[in-house]
Design a protein around this ligand. Structure first.
Ligand code: NAD
Length: 481
């Protein structure tokens, strides 16, 4: 069966489309069928060397810095326009190599364009300060680019995650080498094509697909990079940080999460069910900030569990390309891991209210939407990130207890609460240890709002104006006149 996908994709280095240095290729699998749909060049250490050299040469040429900031901004607008022309192909590849639903696949394009336009619009609004030092002195700060920004993105949202980091880097005058995820590399190749058509200088953006432990490790350990942006798991993040520490390279780290939403007894339970189900079942739970724990007041506990179970059962799981409402997990290995964790949850004494196994009769890596009830906060299923469509529901009696449970994991990416009481909302939001707190709507916020982790979920911020500050370093110029 034709998938409508090009059969082979090359890496984009120094403004050229190139095979791997040794001719190697990687198969790309459709998680909805388990079948290989195409191949991509398997980036090597030599390819990473070439990409870093191209990014360094472009930075040294000052091609971007010589552009007035508003022109760098206009470049982002042109990339956004070029991306739109490839919208149908992008939606297709997001379904095929990533397992997204058609709706989500299409949704990636306006989202990515908004990032490009947002940072394009900020390009000429990044300003330093003038610091008064007294008579005869002039002092000012300059926000200088780092140089070559090495970027590693995860498979679950490569296009918007990659595009927003690249946009931040380019508008601040950095150049980029991005190692795209081996599980779902295709949309970033289409992004590179959009950059090429938009007139991004050769070498400013280099996209190399490769295995994490090969091309990824070679990139973050490279002698000639100046900055790292890593989005992925905590374990991989630690190894990236060890490599960065060797050469004291600054990092933005966006890591995993086990985010909890607290449901107070006065909450609108229709709203809770809608928001909490979307928060865990969108993209089959494979979102770092998924609401994977729900902490529910005992007086409404049974009601909330019943509503969540109904939402889970109403989902139509199947290949996203056919319009189903929940797609597959990314790989057989991830499916096995999620099922094993579910089995462990049952052994630990939690009640499997629905789901917990693969979807029978489908070839791909489909997991049933899963709800666990009677969960204790210390259970492994309440502590470990599943990265799958599994929500654990934990009861509480007092507000202090709810906050303790919400804050009681190693992670601190997102947290939420549902209440009609304004004071409760503000007081509890203040006490939750998380980079973002959602009140009455999971994922309230978006392109304009800073996003990142506390505790093991990382540091630095993506999205919003704050993100740009992660791509510049302050230089102070002090002058005796
Ligand atoms: P992962 O850590 O396995 O891989 C992430 C990226 O790192 C991939 O491109 C991979 O090839 C690369 N990589 C692997 N080993 C490497 C190494 N030794 N050196 C350098 N790079 C290496 O994560 P994943 O499975 O792709 O994504 C899921 C994880 O990402 C989850 O934990 C999720 O929470 C997290 N995530 C976080 C955010 C965020 O913004 N905080 C967003 C999306 C995903």
């Amino acid at each position: 069966m034709s998938t409508g996908i090009r059969s082979y994709w090359k890496n984009y280095i120094a403004g050229k489309w190139v095979d791997a240095s040794n001719g190697g290729r990687l198969p790309v699998t459709d998680p909805a069928t388990g079948q290989t749909i195409c191949e991509v060049a398997r980036g090597t250490t030599e390819d990473i060397d070439a990409a870093v050299a191209a990014a360094r040469a472009c930075f040294a040429s000052r091609a971007l810095q010589l552009m007035p900031p508003h022109e760098r901004g206009a470049l982002m607008f042109r990339i956004a326009d070029e991306l739109e022309k490839a919208a149908d192909e992008i939606a297709l590849v997001e379904c095929r190599d990533n397992g997204k639903t058609l709706k989500n696949g299409h949704g990636e394009i306006p989202l990515t364009r908004r990032y490009l336009r947002y940072y394009g619009g900020l390009a000429d609004k990044l300003e330093g300060r003038q610091i008064p030092l007294g008579d005869g002195m002039l002092d000012y700060t300059v926000l200088a680019p780092y140089g070559v920004s090495a970027q590693i993105v995860p498979w679950n949202g490569p296009l918007p995650v990659g595009a927003r980091s690249i946009a931040c880097a380019l508008v601040t005058g950095n150049t980029v080498v991005l190692k795209s995820p081996e599980d779902s590399p295709l949309s970033l190749f289409l992004f590179a094509e959009a950059c090429e058509r938009a007139g991004v200088p050769a070498g400013a953006v280099n996209i190399v697909c490769g295995i994490g432990s090969e091309a990824g490790a070679a990139l973050v350990a490279h002698d000639d990079i100046d900055h790292i942006v890593f989005t992925g798991s905590v374990e991989t993040g630690k190894s990236v940080l060890r490599a960065a520490a060797e050469r004291v390279v600054p990092c933005v780290m966006e890591l995993g999460g086990k985010s909890g939403g607290i449901v107070f007894p006065d909450a609108d339970l229709d709203q809770v069910a809608e928001s909490a189900a979307a928060g865990i079942f969108k993209h089959a739970g494979q979102i770092c900030s998924a609401g994977s724990r729900l902490i529910v007041h005992r007086s409404v506990y049974d009601d909330v569990v019943a509503r969540l179970v109904a939402k889970a059962k109403a989902l139509d799981v199947g290949p996203g390309i056919e319009g189903h409402t929940m797609g597959p997990l990314i790989s057989a290995q991830q499916l096995e891991r999620v099922i094993a964790l579910c089995r462990f949850g049952v052994e630990e004494g939690a009640t499997l209210a629905t789901g917990g196994d693969r979807v029978a009769g489908l070839d791909g890596y489909f997991m049933t939407p899963t709800v666990f009830a009677d969960v204790r906060p210390d259970m492994r299923i309440a502590q470990d990130e599943f990265f799958g469509p599994v929500v654990v529901v934990i009861p509480f009696d007092t507000t202090d207890e709810a906050i303790e449970i919400a804050n009681g994991t190693d992670y601190g990416l997102a947290a939420g609460l549902y209440t009609r009481d304004l004071s409760t909302a503000h007081v509890v939001a203040d006490r939750l240890v998380a980079g973002q707190v959602y009140v009455n709507q999971w994922w309230a916020g978006g392109v304009e709002t800073p996003f990142g982790g506390m505790k093991r979920s990382g540091y630095g911020r993506e999205k919003g104006q704050e993100a740009l500050l992660g791509y510049v370093q302050t230089k102070n110029v002090g002058i005796r006149l």
